[in-house]
Design a protein around this ligand. Structure first.
Ligand code: ZN
Length: 411
């Protein structure tokens, strides 16, 4: 048996063209390399797992490639490139600022800058989590960042740009790496499954992509773990759901349907059953919000910003969209948002969320504001307001409705 190598390591991009989902940054870097206009200090920012260190390493490799010519991609054949493949080079120094935060650590870097690389043209410092440096360490680094020796490059990476002093930020070329789009990650996972001889359908791939939360590395780790569950090299969504402890999308859509139908009791029973499956009340609310968003997109002919739903869920949502009005959806959206706020500050978010759902389900039976005005009827209490009755009376009924169902009526 071969030595086990995690997928995230095995498939780590080795050249710019392999980097997924960071097209703009890669384009600027590749063109910058071509025109020799990248400068001596670059900063990669973004959440964990989006490829900051990976991109910094490819760039370091490209800077040092002995065959560097018009093509900015590292050749992967020269001695320098091959040393990278072997696990590192003495002229590429990787520092984790989280454990080297002090001014002394930075002084060592600065001192080492004075010496030329043992081989090749550039000595490269990759400083990870650079925001962890102390203020005095940043101050010590400042001058070197501003005017580094011609043979030195600094590649900095951070998850928290706002913790880096402005004086440093103004001296580096910044690249803000994005969370990778779920569809793109699913596509990537599909290609990896193919290479690993694993069968996984679109729903399963999308589930892994979503669980990775925009991080290719996290999605690959999930796939790594899931492969151990695969029977006959086949990965199923239900295995994965058990492994990830994810909520069944179909169950949440059913809950939404019950809310739209004003079936308060069944909705709450469903909600409690979802809670038994280890999802939090806030988790359910966030999923509901997402589906309401999709419904609103469907009503307005907008493409949802991220669409990675299984086919049967899409079909079901289309049916729901046909039976509900846009104002009603926008009302539910507002109530859910407000409810999330309340649940976040409450002692027992599950109970708070339950009450919010009761409120939303009841409000789903309320007519829209324009219906109230046009018919002068408030359906909540089925109280008909005689047209002869003053506007004032209708207004006070509306006020009652607002009090009963905060967020339900848009005035
Ligand atoms: Zn090379």
């Amino acid at each position: 048996m071969g030595v086990y190598v995690p997928l995230a390591t095995k498939y780590r991009p080795k050249k710019f063209a392999d980097v997924i989902g960071q097209d703009m940054s890669v384009r600027i870097i590749v063109n910058g390399m071509r025109k020799d206009r990248l400068g001596a200090a670059l900063l990669f920012s973004g959440t964990r797992g989006v490829g900051k260190t990976t991109l910094a390493r490819i760039l370091a490799k490209a800077f040092r490639c002995e065959n560097r010519g018009s093509d900015p991609e590292p050749c992967s054949k020269c001695d320098s490139c091959r040393e990278f493949a072997g696990g590192g080079q003495m002229d590429v120094i990787e520092i984790d600022a989280a454990s080297n935060t002090g001014v002394e650590d930075v002084r060592e870097i600065i001192e080492s800058c004075q010496y030329r690389p043992a081989q090749g043209n550039f000595k490269i410092f990759i400083i990870d989590e650079v925001h962890m440096l102390s203020r005095s360490a940043f101050n010590a680094l400042l001058k070197t960042l501003e005017e580094p020796p011609a043979h030195v490059k600094f590649l900095l990476a951070t998850t928290e740009t706002h913790k880096i002093p402005e004086t440093i930020l103004s001296r580096v070329l910044k690249f803000d790496l994005q969370r990778v789009n779920v569809g793109l990650i699913a596509q990537y996972l599909s290609s990896i499954c193919h290479r690993e001889n694993i069968v996984a359908d679109a729903g399963t791939l999308s589930l892994m992509a979503r669980a990775g939360n925009g991080s290719i590395r996290d999605s690959l780790s999930i796939l790594d773990q899931a492969i151990n569950l695969a029977k006959n090299n086949e990965l199923t969504a239900s295995d994965l759901k058990d492994m990830l402890n994810v909520v069944d999308d179909a169950a949440v859509v059913e809950l939404l349907e019950m809310i739209l139908q004003t079936s308060v009791k069944s909705a709450i029973t469903k909600y409690r059953r979802l809670l038994d499956g280890s999802v939090s009340g806030i988790g359910v609310a966030k999923m509901l919000l997402n589906y309401v968003y999709v419904l609103i997109c469907l009503k307005t002919n907008l493409e949802p910003m991220e669409n990675s739903m299984a086919e049967e869920i899409s079909v079901k949502l289309q049916l729901l969209a046909d039976g509900v009005s846009l104002p009603a959806l926008s009302r539910i959206w507002q109530m859910l948002l407000k409810g999330l706020e309340e649940a976040n500050i409450g002692d027992n978010p599950e109970i708070v969320m339950e009450m919010i759902l009761v409120r939303i389900a009841y409000a789903s039976g309320l007519p829209d504001l324009h219906e109230i005005i046009s018919s002068s009827t408030v359906a909540a209490g089925a109280i008909s307001v005689n047209n002869a009755a003053s506007k004032k009376e209708t207004g006070s009924l509306l006020d009652d409705a607002v009090r009963m169902f905060p967020g339900a009526v848009v005035k």
